[in-house]
Design a protein around this ligand. Sequence first.
Ligand SMILES: [Zn+2]
Length: 344
Amino acid sequence: MKAVYISDHGGTSVLTYGDRPEPEIEPGEVLLRVRGSALNRLDIGLREGRSYRGPLPRILGCDVAGEVVQISPDADTKLKVGDRVVLDNRIKCAGTCEYCVQGLDQYCTEQKRLGVDLEGGHAEYITAPAVNAHKFPDSMGFAEAAALPLAAHTAWHCLVTQGQIRPWDDVLIHAASSGVASMGIQIAKMMGARVITTAGVDWKIAKAKEMGADEVINYRETDSISQKIKELTDGKGVDLVFDVVGADVWEESMLSLKPGGRLVITGVTSGARVDMNLSILQGRPLQLMGSGGRSRRTFADVMKMVNQGELHGIVSQVFPLEGVAEAHQVMEDRNFFGKLVIEN
Ligand SMILES: [Zn+2]
C-alpha cells in the first residue's frame, strides 16, 4: 500500500512517499481504509528524532479517520463494515496493568501510540483495537473528522478533567491558532466560560473571534499579556490558563492568574526551561498542572459532544498523501489556523 514513512531522522526530505506492507488484522482489531489523517506538532519532533528514537521505518500520522473494511471475528464491538470512524491513538493494555485495574487507563504502563510507537495513519490502511474506533456524524467529512481526535482529546482533558472549567471562569488560552488551543476555545465556550486568547496577526485574531473567543490579545502589540489580562478582568486575573506555548509565556501566565487560579500546560513549543519566582506560589496559592496521558473515558466524552454537533474539527488546509512533506513545512512556518489534514 502507499504510505508516508521515515527511515531516518532529519528535515522534510526524510518523509518518503512509497510502498509499505499492508497491515494484517489481529484479534480484537478493525482494519480501516484511511480517508483522513492530521498532522500534529509532535510529528516534527518525531521526524527530527527529538521525541522518538524507536525502530524505523515508521509510518507517521497520529490522527486518523477512515472507513471500517474488516472486523476481527472475535472483536467485541457494535461496529459494522462501512462505518466511518476516528481512532483514539492511545492503545492501552487489556485492563490488567496496575493503573488500568483501578480505572486509571490514562496512566496505563503498556500504552502505545499510533503514529509514534506503532504505524500511523499517513497510509491507505491501518489497524487498531476496535475499542479505539469511534463513529462520527454522517454530516461530517473525513478531513474534518481527522482534525479532531488528538486536539479535542487533549483540550478536553486539560480544560475539563484537569482544569475543572466552570461557566463563571475567565480563561486564558494561549496561541489561538494552534490545533489544541483552537479546540480549547470551542470547548471553553461550550462550557460557558469567558475566553481570552492570544494571536499575533490580524487574520488569526479575526478567526479566533469568529470561533467565539470573547477577547483576543495581539501579543506582538502588547508589552505584557498579564497587564492586558488585568485590564480585561477588572484587575482580578483569570481563573484558568491553558498553555501550549511554554517558556515564552510562563511568567506572564503566572502573573495572569488570580489567587487560587489553575494552570494546565500541554505544550512547550517555545522551550521547556524557565526561571520561576516561587514567591508567586506563596502569595497566591496556584494549582499548576500538566496534561500527561488521556483516558478512554474522556475520548468517549469528546466523541459524544462531536456526535451531538457541539464540537467541530478546524481544518486549515488539506493535502494529498504525497503532500505530507509540504504539510510539515507549512506546520513549521506556522502560517495556519487549526489543523493540517492529509486526505486520501
Ligand atoms: Zn494498562
